[in-house]
Design a protein around this ligand. Structure first.
Ligand code: NAI
Length: 254
C-alpha cells in the first residue's frame, strides 16, 4: 500500500488509559497515528511501547482547551500525513466532586474547558479537513455520565451530556459530506481517571464496591474493551453508523 493510501488517525488524550489502547488497535491496522496529549513524555512512551516511529507516528503536545494548540495539532497532522481520516476526540478530565450548592463555579469552568471546549475546538479544526476530503469518521468520548445524574459530579456529568449534544448536531451537519460522527459512552473503566475519582470519593474501596455492585457484569471494564468498540466505529465496518451512542458499561445502563 502506498503511503498516500494509508489512513491517518488523530487521537487526543492518547497517553491515557483508553487513548493508548485505541492507539494500539489502530497501530495494528497500520494507520498513521497522530497522538495528542498534555503529557508529552507519556506520548513518547506510548510510541515506543507500540513500536511506532517517525514514519508512522507523530507526537504533539497540546492542551485541547487552547485554540492555538488545537490548530497546531491539526496543522501538524495534515502537514505530515496529508489527511485526517479518523478523529478520536477523547481527552477528558474528571474534575472536582461535590454537591451543586457546594462546588465553586470555577470547577465548572475547569471541566468544561477540557471536556466541552476541547471537544468543540477539535471538531472546529478537524471538520474542514474532512469536508475537503468528503470522508472521515469522528468519535467523541462521552461517558455513561452523559446519560445519568449521579450525585456529586455535576460538572463532569454536564460536560458529558454536552458531548452527546455536540455529537448529534455534528452528525446531522456532516452526514451529507460523507462524514460520520458517533460517541462512545464508557461505564466504569480501570484507568487513572477512575483511580482519581475513587480517591476523591472519600473511600476508594467503598466507591469501587458500589460501582461493581451497580454493574450487572460485576466488575470495572478495561481500556482494551472500550478501544475495541472505538476501533469498530473508526473503521469502514461502521459505514452506516452515525449519530449513535455506544455504551460500553457491562450492562450498567440496562
Ligand atoms: P486517563 O486519565 O487515563 O487519560 C486522559 C488523558 O487525557 C491523559 O493522558 C491526560 O494527560 C489527557 N488530558 C487531560 N487533559 C488534557 C488536556 N487539557 N489536553 C490534552 N490532553 C489532556 O483517562 P481515560 O479513562 O483514558 O479517559 C479518556 C476519556 O474517557 C475521557 O474523556 C474520559 O472522560 C472518558 N471516560 C472515562 C471513563 C473511565 O471510567 N475511565 C468512563 C467514561 C468516560
Amino acid at each position: 500500500m502506498s503511503q498516500s493510501q494509508v489512513k491517518t488517525a488523530v487521537i487526543t488524550g492518547a497517553a491515557g488509559g483508553i487513548g493508548k489502547e485505541l492507539a494500539r488497535r489502530l497501530a495494528e491496522r497500520k494507520l498513521n497515528l497522530v497522538l495528542v496529549d498534555l503529557n508529552e513524555e507519556a506520548i513518547h512512551a506510548v510510541i515506543q511501547e507500540l513500536g511506532l516511529d517517525a514514519s508512522n507516528a507523530l507526537a504533539v503536545r497540546a492542551d485541547v482547551s487552547k485554540e492555538e494548540d488545537v490548530q497546531n495539532y491539526v496543522n501538524q497532522a495534515v502537514a505530515k500525513f496529508g489527511t485526517i481520516d479518523y478523529f478520536a476526540n477523547n481527552a477528558g478530565i474528571e474534575g472536582p466532586s461535590g454537591l451543586v450548592e457546594e462546588l465553586n463555579v470555577k470547577s465548572l469552568d475547569l471541566v468544561y474547558n477540557v471536556n466541552v471546549r476541547g471537544v468543540f475546538l477539535g471538531l472546529q479544526y478537524v471538520i474542514p479537513v474532512m469536508k475537503k476530503q468528503k470522508s472521515g469518521a469522528i468519535l467523541n468520548t462521552s461517558s455513561l455520565a452523559g446519560l445519568m445524574g449521579a450525585p456529586g459530579m455535576s460538572p463532569y456529568i454536564m460536560s458529558k451530556h454536552a458531548v452527546i449534544g455536540l455529537t448529534r448536531v455534528t452528525a446531522n451537519e456532516l452526514a451529507p459530506f460523507g462524514i460520520r460522527v458517533n460517541a462512545v459512552l464508557p461505564g466504569t473503566i480501570n484507568t487513572q481517571m477512575m483511580r482519581n475519582i475513587e480517591q476523591n470519593s472519600g473511600s476508594a474501596d467503598d466507591f469501587k464496591a458500589a460501582n461493581e455492585a451497580a454493574t450487572p457484569m460485576g466488575r470495572y471494564g478495561e481500556s482494551q474493551e472500550v478501544a475495541a468498540v472505538m476501533n469498530f466505529l473508526l473503521s469502514e465496518e461502521a459505514s452506516f453508523v452515525t449519530a449513535s451512542l455506544y455504551t460500553v458499561d457491562g450492562g450498567m445502563m440496562g
